[in-house]
Design a protein around this ligand. Structure first.
Ligand code: NOJ
Length: 542
């Protein structure tokens, strides 16, 4: 395992509850992940990120941790975690685990002790307790899940929770909190993990005096505006401490920040040489399907990290956002765009994250019945926001009806029409999304280690009009070109080289096809179907 592995790594996100079930209770578990390691190694990713599997009352799917050193019985036990790490390593897969330092569960022994203790006591100082303002909360901060960010306890004090009331925020000005998390990091590093995904990495430090924001709908401001509870300069001191711990272990142990900040420049601050290795690129996630939008976000992302010598990450989906097939319009068109987005994304310099199920082309499940919804967002929003369950539906593995080989009945119901999405159905199908991902991830390993150079694709639509506004084209080094047609009509352009792989079914580089990019129109001109991407080997250019 070489140096700087994380700079170009493809990292697969496992939402453990929904990945694979080994004991038939309909909830994914660590045994399920162990059983499917060959699928992951075969997909061609370099590392796995496991969402929290720690002891938890599951008020927020495990992001409410009651014991950071124990595995919740729903998911297995510590020996399963140790075996999983060892078995992943045996297949050359690294393992990242989640660490949740902004808040604990309200059932964490520290919070139980705080509630049992007097206002002003040492136990309360590990959290953010304050007196209210004339019977109202101490300030106007809102929970990211809706409603006020403060809950009153029987003696009249209030405690801060930027998320659910079952997730009280820790006070990172308290030395106990620092010591405890350093010990938690060591606990998992000693068990061989290759690093951490840091939950709400931007939230640990709050502005002095806890000043009002001065307006509502604060969750909507996450990536646009400075907020007194997010992205405060003091968080960087914490990551400098953590980096020393990571660096004190052999091998390259890394940390990736979940940091929702107003700009790529602010994000880059988490990636300074003595801080974290990576941060999720949420500006990329939020980009709508358009050539101009993608060009802008790619340029801004690359420019922001250039000064800190860190790789950028490219993320299309995760367990908190609508799946990108659906974000890009859903149906056949959404899937075509998602497949094209995968080729675009995997062609960019840096590290990529793949969210479980995107390799199967899964859409968001938008019609879950009210009574099965578990995301606290549903209740906290007064049933106006259906929350994030729709991207967390258990994966379909095999068969023609739910639970599609998962085990179950599954904790969230799967759509009855997912049989074409199963791993079994896509296995060996040259046009399947699974095959596209495998080929792309394998070819991606051969990409030159250079930056990206945009070029003018000279694209034309069927009427001969200039279609360049809908097409992106870039080269990596001399030998590789990626072209993407974001438009809804076919375009023609000068052939950029020999086609390696295309996102469009039927023209997807599936072996027998002499020109996987589409029909050769003579005179070195090729047609790109709507919403498609092609990889080209530039060495046969001309
Ligand atoms: C971010 C996690 O990804 C999300 O699922 C969770 O609800 C919040 N942080 C709070 O921990």
């Amino acid at each position: 395992m070489g140096n700087d592995w994380w700079r170009t790594a493809a990292i697969y996100q496992i939402y453990v509850r929904s990945f694979a079930d080994s004991d038939g209770d309909g909830v994914g578990d660590l045994g399920g992940v162990r059983n499917r390691l060959d699928h992951l190694a075969g997909l061609g990713v370099d590392a796995l990120w496991l969402t929290p599997f720690y002891a938890s009352p599951m008020a927020d799917g495990g992001y409410d941790v009651a014991d950071y050193r124990a595995v919740d019985p729903l998911f297995g036990d510590l020996s399963d975690a140790e075996a999983l790490i060892a078995e992943a390593h045996a297949r050359g897969l690294r393992v990242l685990v989640d660490v949740v330092p902004n808040h604990t569960s309200s059932r964490h022994p520290w919070f139980v002790e705080a509630l049992d203790s007097e206002p002003g006591s040492a136990a309360r100082q590990r959290y953010v307790f304050r007196d209210g303002r004339d019977g109202d909360p101490p300030n106007d901060w809102e929970s990211m899940f809706g409603g006020p960010a403060w809950t009153r306890v029987p003696d009249g004090q209030w405690y801060l929770h930027l998320f659910d009331p079952a997730q009280p925020d820790l006070n990172w000005q308290h030395p106990d909190v620092h010591a405890e998390f350093e010990d938690i990091l060591r606990f998992w590093l000693d068990r061989g993990v290759d690093g951490f995904r840091i939950d709400v990495a931007h939230g640990l430090v709050k502005a002095d005096g806890l000043p009002d924001v001065g307006r509502t709908d604060q969750a909507g401001l996450l990536t646009t505006r400075e907020l007194p509870f997010f992205d405060q300069d003091g968080v960087h001191e914490i990551y400098r401490e953590w980096r020393k711990i990571l660096d004190s272990y052999p091998g390259e142990r890394i940390a990736v920040a979940e940091a929702w900040v107003p700009s790529p420049d602010r994000l880059a601050r988490y990636l300074r040489a003595d801080e974290l290795h990576q941060a999720f690129n949420f500006h990329y996630v939020e980009t709508d399907w358009s050539a101009a939008g993608f060009r802008e976000v790619v340029d801004a992302s690359l420019a922001a990290v250039a000064d800190v010598d860190a790789p950028t990450t490219w993320v299309l989906s995760n367990h908190d956002v609508r799946r990108h097939v659906t974000r890009y319009g859903g149906g056949e068109r959404g899937l075509a765009r998602a497949r094209a987005a995968a080729l675009l994304t995997f062609a960019l310099p840096g590290s990529v994250y793949v969210y479980q199920g995107e390799e199967l082309g899964l859409p968001e499940v938008t019609d879950l019945p009210d009574e099965v919804l578990t995301d606290p967002v549903w209740e906290r929003s007064g049933h106006t926001d259906r929350g994030r369950d729709g991207c967390r539906v258990p994966l379909p593995w095999s068969g023609t009806a739910p639970p599609f080989g998962f085990g179950g009945p599954t904790w969230l119901p799967q759509p009855a029409d997912w049989s074409a999405h199963t791993v079994e159905a896509q296995e060996g199908d040259p046009h399947s999304t699974l095959t596209l991902y495998r080929r792309a991830l394998a070819l991606r390993r051969e990409l030159p280690e250079t930056g990206l150079r945009w070029f003018d694709p000279a694209a034309r639509d069927a009427t001969g009009c200039d279609a360049r506004a809908d097409v992106l084209a870039f080269a990596r080094g001399d030998g590789f070109v990626c072209t993407v047609n974001f438009g809804d009509v076919p375009v023609t352009l000068p052939r950029p080289g020999r086609p390696l792989l295309a996102s469009h079914p039927g023209v997807a580089g599936d072996g027998g096809d002499p020109d996987p990019a589409g029909r050769e129109n003579g005179d070195g001109v090729v047609t790109l179907p709507p919403n498609s991407a092609v990889w080209w080997s530039g060495d046969t250019h001309g």
